[in-house]
Design a protein around this ligand. Structure first.
Ligand code: ADE
Length: 300
């Protein structure tokens, strides 16, 4: 396992972090980079087997590289207050401090909005938005209010809406706004709060497995300005930058990690052919004028 970082290896020595969803995909890359930088890390998610598997790999790597910092794991449902409280208090008991929180745990499913049930919509909002709120609040009240710290929320490229995943787009846009509110409320406690928005061109095996195939990434690769896919390590380095003292004067921002993809692309969603746009009828004269102007423009 090759783990590296552009930052110096003792940058986070003696520090402690919680990374939700830290056992897979982008969360796993963030955890590895934090470990490389000397941080003690608690990873948390709902699935014990995934945590155990990730912890086995990570601890093996820690011991092979002679590192003394620790990787711990804990099952937690970030939608439940008691579960979140226990995760934060256990992390504090384990490490004696909490410098960083990375709210990476989340999830969604692809569906037209008309087919999303109340249960499905609520579940996605609770995981991505409410979970981020509960984790941030708990870390703040149990530790950061008195000691400062840095929080990074992982969102996504939802700037132009997110057709076919409207629940997740709405929840992540909520996290974007929550990031700004918390950044302002907690700056007087020495807490910085930022977000990182990976584009859909970031390849991860976990994402490919969730979508059922890597084909979707091949289609993306052909269309992005970078003309290659991004890596989970290219996300983790931005997260570590925001957590680090290099970003000591940065709070309340959202950093897209997409090599200008979100500036350039049309959404992959295509509007079907239709004739259903209502006519402009409420000012007949203007509508007529517009039609004739457009008509003469297209002729000439
Ligand atoms: N990852 C996805 N859903 C989660 C949840 N409810 N709690 C923790 N991690 C999660």
């Amino acid at each position: 396992m090759k783990v590296t970082s552009v930052f110096r290896p003792d940058l986070f020595a003696g520090k402690a972090a919680i990374v939700t969803g830290g056992g897979t995909g982008i969360g796993k890359a963030i955890t590895y980079e934090l470990l490389y930088l000397g941080c003690n890390v608690m990873i948390a998610s709902r699935k014990l087997e995934r945590l155990e598997e990730a912890a086995k790999d990570m601890r093996k790597w820690l011991s092979e590289t002679g590192r003394k910092n620790r990787l711990e794991f804990m099952v937690c449902n970030i939608r439940k207050v008691e579960s979140v409280q226990e995760l934060v208090s256990t992390s504090l008991k384990t490490f004696g401090r909490l410098d960083f929180l990375v709210n990476n745990g989340g999830g969604q499913f692809i569906s037209p909005s008309a087919d999303i049930s109340l249960k499905g919509f609520t579940a996605v909002v609770e995981t991505n938005l409410t979970g981020t709120f509960l984790m941030s609040k708990e870390v703040f009240t149990q530790w950061m209010r008195d000691h400062g710290g840095s929080i990074v929320n992982i969102t996504m490229d939802m700037w132009k809406g997110y057709p076919m995943m409207s629940h997740s787009g709405a929840a992540r846009a909520g996290v974007d706004n929550l990031t700004k509110s918390l950044a302002l409320e907690w700056i007087s406690n020495g807490v910085r709060v930022n977000s990182v928005a990976p584009g859909s061109s970031i390849y991860s095996e976990t994402a490919a497995a969730n979508y059922g195939s890597a084909d979707i990434f091949e289609a993306v690769r052909l269309q992005v300005p970078a003309q290659r896919l991004g890596t989970v390590e290219e996300v983790s380095t931005v997260v570590c930058f925001l957590l680090s003292p290099s970003a000591s004067f940065v709070s309340g921002v959202a950093v897209p990690v997409d090599a200008a993809h979100s500036l350039y692309m049309q959404p992959s969603f295509r509007v079907p052919e239709h004739q259903n746009m209502p006519e402009y009828t409420w000012e007949k004269d203007l509508a007529e004028q517009q039609r004739s102007t457009l008509g003469s423009a297209s002729k000439g």
